[in-house]
Design a protein around this ligand. Structure first.
Ligand code: GDP
Ligand code: MN
Length: 343
C-alpha cells in the first residue's frame, strides 16, 4: 500500500491553519416577558415557540418581570424551556402602583364611564398599572439596564415561522428603533384626551419632532385629530435607548402628569406608537412582515417567499393586514406618498 496516500495534502494542511470564521454578530438584546404566576401554562407555550422557531440557535437571554415574586414552581418550569440565560425580577412599587397624587374619585368615575361603554378592562386597576409600567418604567428595571434592544413576549402568543436571521442585529444595522407585526385601531374612550396631551406636548417641545416623522400614519388631517392607529405592543422589537432618551422621557413625564393612565385607560400601545411615529424617522419604524405572530384574536401570517422560508404554520389568507380594522394600509400609504416602499 502507498503510505503517502494517508498523509494530508498541502491544501489540507493549509486549511488547518486558516483563521476561524468570524462568529455571527450579536446585538445587545433580551426578551422581556411581563407575566403572572397563574399564567404559567401560557408563559411556557410562548417561550417554547420562541425557542423552537428562533432562540435555540441564538441564545438571547430572557428577563421575566412580575409585580409579585415568581414562585419556585413557576421558575423551575420556565427554566426547563430554555438553555439561554434567564432572570426573574420583581417590579418596585413606584413603578407599578397607582400614585398617591391621583384623584381616586376622578379615577373611579373614569372606570365607571368605561364600564358603561362596554370597554374591555374598563374597571381594572391592575391593567392600568400594567399599561403605565409598559409605557414608562420597564426599561428602567435593573435587570434590563445591561441591554439596549428587547423583544416583548406575552403569555399565550404564537410564533408561526422559523426566524433564520437575527432581528436584533437587523434593527441595529438598519438604525431601526421600533418593530411591529400588527397594527390596528384603539378603543376611542380609553384615550379620549390623549391626543390633546400629545398636541400640547409637541407644540411646547417642537424640537423633539422628527423632520421625517410618521404623522401621516397617526392622523388623516395633518395632526389635528388622531385616527386611533397604533402598533400592537404585545409584540415589540425595539430600542430601549429610544425610550430612555430625552424626548421620550419628557413625553412620558408629561403624559404621567395628566393622570390619563388612571383617569382614562391610556394603553402602552398608543403611547409607544405615537412616540415612535413622531420622534423617530419613518424609516426607523419597521414592519416585520416575515414574522408570523398571533395574539388573540388577531394574527399576522406572512405570504409568498416569507411563508416558504419560514415554514410558517399559518394560513396566509388568514392575516389581519388588509382587513377593515387594520392600520397597515395607513402605514404603507405613508411610504407611497414619500415615493419609497415600506421598510
Ligand atoms: P391584553 O393583551 O391587553 O389582553 O392584556 P394581558 O392580560 O395579556 O396583559 C398584558 C401583559 O401584561 C401580559 O404579559 C400579562 O401577563 C401582563 N400583566 C397584565 N396584568 C398584570 C399584573 O397584574 N401583574 C403582572 N405581573 N403582569 C400583568
Ligand atoms: Mn395579552
Amino acid at each position: 500500500p502507498n503510505i503517502n496516500a494517508t498523509l494530508p495534502t498541502t491544501t489540507e494542511l493549509a486549511s488547518l491553519i486558516q483563521p476561524e470564521p468570524e462568529p455571527p454578530r450579536r446585538a445587545n438584546a433580551t426578551f422581556v416577558f411581563l407575566c403572572k404566576n397563574d399564567e404559567l401554562g401560557k408563559v411556557l407555550t410562548s417561550i417554547q415557540q420562541m425557542e423552537d422557531r428562533f432562540n435555540k440557535k441564538y441564545q438571547y437571554p430572557w428577563v421575566l418581570l412580575n409585580d409579585k415574586p415568581f414562585t419556585k414552581q413557576f421558575k423551575k418550569r420556565v427554566r426547563a424551556m430554555t438553555d439561554a440565560p434567564i432572570e426573574f425580577g420583581v417590579i418596585k412599587r413606584e413603578h407599578w402602583i397607582q400614585p398617591d397624587w391621583i384623584d381616586e374619585d376622578r379615577a373611579l368615575k373614569g372606570r365607571i364611564r368605561l364600564l358603561s361603554q362596554g370597554i374591555i378592562y374598563a374597571a381594572s386597576i391592575p391593567y392600568r398599572n400594567m399599561c403605565r409600567f409598559n409605557s414608562g418604567f420597564f426599561f428602567h428595571h435593573e435587570l434590563l439596564q445591561p441591554y439596549r434592544y428587547y423583544w416583548r413576549v406575552e403569555p399565550g402568543v404564537k410564533f408561526f415561522c422559523d426566524i433564520d436571521y437575527d432581528p436584533f442585529v437587523y434593527m441595529e444595522e438598519h438604525d431601526k428603533v421600533y418593530g411591529f407585526t400588527l397594527s390596528l385601531h384603539e378603543w376611542e374612550p380609553t384615550i379620549r384626551t390623549l391626543w390633546d396631551a400629545v398636541k400640547e406636548f409637541t407644540s411646547a417641545n417642537p424640537q423633539y419632532l422628527s423632520a421625517n416623522n410618521s404623522m401621516e400614519y397617526l392622523s388623516d388631517d395633518g395632526g389635528n385629530t388622531y385616527n386611533l392607529c397604533h402598533f400592537w405592543s404585545n409584540f415589540e422589537i425595539a430600542d430601549m435607548d429610544f425610550w430612555r432618551g430625552e424626548a421620550y422621557q419628557r413625553f412620558f413625564d408629561f403624559l404621567e402628569s395628566k393622570g390619563g393612565f388612571y383617569y382614562e385607560r391610556w394603553g402602552d400601545a398608543p403611547v409607544h406608537s405615537i412616540a415612535a411615529a413622531l420622534f423617530a424617522r419613518k424609516d426607523q419604524v419597521h414592519f416585520f412582515r416575515d414574522i408570523g405572530y398571533r395574539h388573540e384574536p388577531f394574527q399576522h401570517c406572512p405570504s409568498g417567499d416569507d411563508w416558504v422560508k419560514g415554514r410558517c404554520a399559518c394560513d396566509p389568507r388568514d392575516s389581519f393586514d388588509y382587513t377593515g380594522a387594520s392600520c397597515i394600509r395607513n402605514y404603507e400609504r405613508m411610504f407611497k406618498h414619500a415615493g419609497v416602499s415600506a421598510t
